[in-house]
Design a protein. Sequence first.
Length: 230
Amino acid sequence: MAEPAHLRCPTCRREHLYAPQALPCACGAPVAPPMVRGAAPVPVSERTWDDDWVTLRCPMCGRHDRWPRPELGCACGSLLRLPVHDDQAPAPAHIPLPRTAAPPRPAFQPVAIRTARDAVTAVALYLRWLGYDDVRRADQRPPSGIALAASGVIAQVEPSVRPATLRDVECLWLQSMTESAACAYFSLAGYADEAGTRANALGVPLFVLDLAGVPQPVNSPADELIAGGT
């Protein structure tokens, strides 16, 4: 059985503990869709074939097959589509891969974070690890934090103890749309709930910086950004 995950309904904020049901593969082995850590469930307003199904790989025989995407009914009446990994999902269009990225990547070598400058250095190294070689200080100053830029991407670093807000995420997204670039947010203190929900809706990758200097993905777009560059 898959490991249970804590989920919060975006409509009523009620928390749920949920584990996707395992279904049998043609070989007989149980297959359960792995949950995307930190990603919020999405209310189902309309159905499409692609949204209702997910491609999974059987861990026993290696067979790829289509499985129903897990859903959860909340007591408030919302039907929630749960975020799970799709083994054959292409890299999304809002995260173009840099041409300099070459698989496979070596292990990321972090720097410990003791100051705000260390946080910016850690993010710059991480962007280069993803394949964005020409990382530099962005020309446009964000409302808070520090902005970095490279060909095809804008990154915002919030090195303070203040969680990133909804406005912070939306400003970064608007700047990326203006410059026709991908974007990513890196925060030392995490994100306000509404900031995380909005980032999922806009497709903005969110990362939390630990003191070892390793950015940790906290939503599905961040997982996709990492997976797409391998």
